[in-house]
Design a protein around this ligand. Structure first.
Ligand SMILES: NC(=O)c1ccc[n+]([C@@H]2O[C@H](COP(=O)([O-])OP(=O)(O)OC[C@H]3O[C@@H](n4cnc5c(N)ncnc54)[C@H](OP(=O)(O)O)[C@@H]3O)[C@@H](O)[C@H]2O)c1
Length: 233
């Protein structure tokens, strides 16, 4: 599959590296060709450095791996010279380059707050979908650190990591699920794009607990005990 990645930092390298190793074609667009070139070289397997607009055109799937504050700029730049794009349904303006394409949003809108984190905005994935009408946005991979996505073995206590995916388009969710499986992860469709805001909030909450040194995994019972109520005698 052709995967465009926008951003050339830790997440681009971690996820792009895994997908390139799994046989996908990667084109990586960044603000500077130097940074894009360095990250493409680190990813290897034929990954190439391009511009942000070229990465957007290349990808059957595009990963947005930039800070939340950069998204408006990135979504504008991704369109590039959009004169060649098809007209939107209203006929008045060209459709966004991402219309009809799968877009993975792995961002977190963390704002430091009293030793933990709050959100600087409540629903980033929904904003992306509104800014790029027709994009098949899937929220994924925002819950864990880039280092975890970059490891070769993500089995803990005998279980493969489960990755929640939130998106409205079933085909796009299935595509991203396949990309998660390529990384030896277990995808779970965790709801529509409206649920992505909970995944974003969960990330801020969980990461805040981890930073405070708490074992979040120990806070939840296994599924079979989640609603365990002793039988009445
Ligand atoms: N790192 C993690 O563990 C982690 C985990 C889960 C989610 N996330 C989220 O994933 C996203 C990326 O995180 P990261 O750790 O990969 O960040 P990072 O290492 O700081 O890399 C961010 C990349 O975005 C680029 N960028 C910034 N503004 C841009 C713009 N206007 N146009 C084009 N590119 C721009 C930067 O370009 P330059 O190279 O030119 O600075 C850099 O290449 C963030 O939203 C973050 O919250 C990160």
């Amino acid at each position: 599959m052709r995967i465009g990645i926008i951003g050339a930092g830790q997440m681009a390298r971690a996820l792009g590296g895994g997908w390139a190793a799994a046989g996908h074609e990667i084109a990586l667009g960044a603000r500077t060709s130097t940074r894009a070139g360095e990250t493409a070289a680190a990813i290897g397997h034929g990954a190439r450095a391009v511009t942000v607009a070229q990465a957007a055109r290349f990808g059957e799937v595009t990963l947005l791996a930039v800070p939340v504050d950069a998204l408006a700029d990135v979504l504008r730049t991704a369109n590039g010279d959009n004169a060649e794009l098809p007209r939107a349904a209203d006929g008045n303006r060209p459709a966004h380059i991402f219309a009809g394409r799968t877009v993975i949003d792995c961002t977190n809108a963390f704002a430091p707050d009293n030793g933990g984190f709050t959100l600087s905005e409540p629903a980033v994935a929904e904003r992306i979908a509104e800014t790029a009408p027709g994009a098949r946005v899937v929220k994924a991979f925002n819950l864990l650190a880039a280092e975890v996505w970059a490891c070769s073995d993500r089995v803990f206590e005998g279980r493969a990591l489960t990755v929640p995916l939130c998106g409205d388009d079933a085909d796009a969710v299935a595509t991203v699920g396949g990309l998660a499986e390529d990384l030896k992860l277990r995808p779970v469709h965790a709801g529509g794009l409206r649920q992505a805001r909970y995944l974003e909030a969960a990330s801020a909450f969980v990461v805040g607990l981890w930073f405070a040194g708490h074992d979040v995994r120990a806070m939840l019972p296994p599924l079979e005990s989640a609603f365990a109520i002793p039988d009445a005698e």
